[in-house]
Design a protein around this ligand. Structure first.
Ligand code: BES
Ligand code: MN
Ligand code: ZN
Length: 495
């Protein structure tokens, strides 16, 4: 979709469709009132009839508006005049894009000048609008063969605004487009099935992102490099697969070289069978999404790099496939991590923490300003938080607060859980320095406790996105693009 900011008079507009806010389904916004005057009361007649329903986001379509050349109008219930909450705002935007898409139009105008969201800037409003318009029109079509897909005609949105808001709207468009692009990249990667999206495929996509851009550079650690570095945990996962594991490192340099980078580490298990601790068949197909963390890291870098933000960010994709085979790790095997700590692998299905722990040790060399790892790590987090909030764990209260507030702003929320010492005893091992599982209690916390043992040297947070990154089945099956919006907002807040 293309987006533009416009200052346009309704009296002379020839738009195919204009969306105008109505407060609480009855009270006309200034732009609606203006059109009401032009059309000799056509809008007030419709509102009096009660055709615009009381729920926020409800819409009503009007054809043949009198005394002007506008082809159609959509009135939408924009909630209270003072502004809606951000939750309601998103409800409205989601409904509006469905209404617009259902029409046989190529372009639409949305009047944004008198549509407000409590405590949010116009820039935020436009950024979110584009994010949810793009999400609402997204389809994963890359694997469609001959089955015909009917695509929507709509390909242009004009935001109608006042002259004073023009710059803010343009800034919002820039942010929104960059974010939507990053989210789309993440979705396309995560939705790609395991036979296509392998560790090599992730490395190829990262290379494509860096190609021709001077602020992005790429390096890839192959299995032989990881062997030299002593990454026994990562290799314990990838050794069971015929697909070679890769540690993909993307370096975005937007600030001077000496400025400490923020590091994002993504779990990139391109398919998680569970390994020898094989998963039961029903829960296996959705394990194509087990690289959603890595996808969100790549999507975030794409968004940041496109805007050439003055910040340094390093993205690391810990990419491997977890397979059972004659070469696979056995439950009970003991391996040595890059940190020197040894791990008794009691369950090969707890593989995410194994690839991540060596990545967390490796990135210490960058002397990071902060480190956030992003992983579809535990089924237990779905039990705790469902698909509403991602699980947050951190060894730094200030960093945790920053991530929580970025999540609020981006409408991509997290909820913090503890990583107290008391939980650490659950991953004690009789034979090694630790086990890779902590029993049936507090599974997300013990997974985070495991990671914390490798992240002592810097400010670190862990996001468990198993519940938020994708919907495994049903009509809206697919990757959600979370937590790209959260990560981008966190990085904006560091500028
Ligand atoms: N990738 C899974 C976690 C997961 C489950 C993600 C459901 C998305 C949806 C992870 O590798 C895993 O298998 N975790 C185990 C850990 C257990 C063996 C300690 C789990 O959650 O059951
Ligand atoms: Mn697993
Ligand atoms: Zn996994």
């Amino acid at each position: 979709m293309k987006y533009a900011a416009r200052i346009e008079s309704l009296a002379t507009s020839k738009a195919e469709c204009i969306a105008l806010p109505i407060y609480d389904s009855l009270d006309m916004s200034a732009s609606a009132a203006n059109l009401n005057r032009i059309s000799d009361g056509q809008i007030s007649r419709i509102l009096k009839n009660g055709d615009l329903r009381k729920e926020v986001g409800s819409t009503v379509l009007i054809h043949d508006v009198a005394n002007c050349d506008i082809q159609r109008i959509i009135l939408f219930n924009a909630g209270p005049k003072a502004g809606v909450t951000s939750k309601k705002f998103i409800v409205i935007i989601k409904k509006l894009i469905i209404a617009l898409q259902s029409l046989s139009i190529k372009s639409a105008s949305v009047s944004i000048r008198d549509f407000k969201c409590e405590g949010r800037s116009s820039e935020w409003l436009i950024e979110r609008t584009i994010e949810y318009f793009e999400s609402g029109t997204y389809e994963y079509l890359e694997m469609k063969g001959i089955s015909k897909v009917e695509r929507t005609l709509l390909n242009k949105i004009n935001f109608l605004c006042s002259r004073e808001l023009l710059n803010a709207v343009r800034a919002g468009i820039k942010r929104g487009k960059a974010l939507a692009g990053g989210m789309q990249l993440a979705k396309n990667l995560a939705n790609a099935p395991g036979n296509i999206c392998t560790p090599s495929y992730l490395a190829k996509k990262a290379r494509q992102l860096c190609r021709g851009k001077t602020n992005l550079s790429l390096s890839v650690l192959e299995e032989r490099d990881m062997k030299k570095l002593g990454m026994g945990a990562f290799l314990a996962v990838s050794q069971g697969s015929d697909e070679p594991g890769k540690l993909v490192i993307i370096n975005y340099q937007g600030a001077r070289k000496t400025k400490q980078p923020h590091v994002l580490v993504g779990k990139g298990i391109t398919f998680d069978t569970g390994g020898i601790s094989l998963k039961p068949p029903p829960s296996m197909p959705e394990m194509i999404y087990d690289m959603s963390g890595a996808a969100s890291v790549l999507g975030t870098l794409s968004c940041i790099a496109e805007q050439e933000l003055p910040i340094n960010v390093i993205g690391v994709l810990a990419a491997a496939e977890n397979m059972p085979s004659g070469k696979a790790t056995r439950p009970g095997d003991i391996i040595k991590t890059m940190s020197g700590q040894t791990v008794e692998i009691l369950n090969t299905d707890a593989e995410g923490r194994l690839v991540l722990c060596d990545a967390l040790t490796y990135i210490d060399k960058y002397k990071p300003a902060s480190v956030i790892d992003v992983a579809t790590l535990t089924g237990a987090i779905i039990t705790s938080l469902g698909s509403v909030a991602s699980g947050l764990f951190s060894n730094d209260d200030q960093l945790a607060e920053q991530i929580i507030s970025a999540g609020e702003v981006a409408c991509d929320r997290v909820w913090r859980l503890p990583i107290w010492e008391e939980y650490q005893t659950q991953i004690a091992s009789a034979f090694a320095d630790m086990a890779n599982i902590g029993g049936k209690e507090a599974g997300s916390i013990t997974a985070a406790c495991y990671l914390a043992r490798f992240a002592k040297a810097y400010r670190w947070a862990h996001l468990d996105i198993a519940g938020t990154a994708f919907q495994g089945s049903g009509p809206s099956k697919g990757c959600t693009g979370r937590p790209v919006a959260l990560l981008c907002q966190y990085l904006y807040d560091q500028l």
